[in-house]
Design a protein around this ligand. Sequence first.
Ligand code: ADE
Length: 229
Amino acid sequence: MNPANPIKFHVLTLFPQMIFDGLNHSVIKRAIDNGIIFINCVNIRDFAGNKHNKVDDYPYGGGTGLIMRPQPIYEAYRSIEGVDKNTIVCHLSPRGRPFTQQIAKHYAGQSNIVFICGHYEGIDQRVIDEIATDEISIGDYVLTGGELAAMVVIDATARLVPNVLSKKEATENESFENGLLEHSQYTRPPIFLGREVPSVLLGGNHKEIEKYRQTQAIEITAKRRPDLL
Ligand code: ADE
């Protein structure tokens, strides 16, 4: 553990409480409390720079909805300390590249990451072009804002940071680690609603158990995600 040098997730958002409320539980809360990860929410509205704290405006060229103005986002970004030109600045957007475990691993090796969460119909492209270094989508659907997507990315990234998970919670055999979905898991009782735990798991033969799990992982991947094979 290195609390002197936690990974810092900076989130530019109109809903900072949503980020705190969403992440302050379980494993991630423990990591925050232990000083291994640090979550810094910057409220974009604090940088609106006008009387009514308005952060959005009508789209040039017409169309429905409002667009987030570039200036407040830029100022919010500029207020963050400790970021430089090498810092990953990730805009969450359905137009982004699909988020994967591999990206999470890359992110987990950074010391600072900035997330930009859009709302309304989107963000003025010029501020994205100016500050964003990455654009990530968490799936082919449209959310009401980038916050849930940022939380997904932060959660998946944070658990790969050293010492966030305990040894018992290790990531070795989980889905995507070896290019496969994970095998099924069972605990007591041995029979539940008439459904039995596969007998090989009760036998104590570790070689057989390993073989069974590997076969099962391949079968389940072939059935559900043949694209991974
Ligand atoms: N914002 C809205 N929809 C999104 C998505 N699918 N992924 C990331 N950010 C988003």
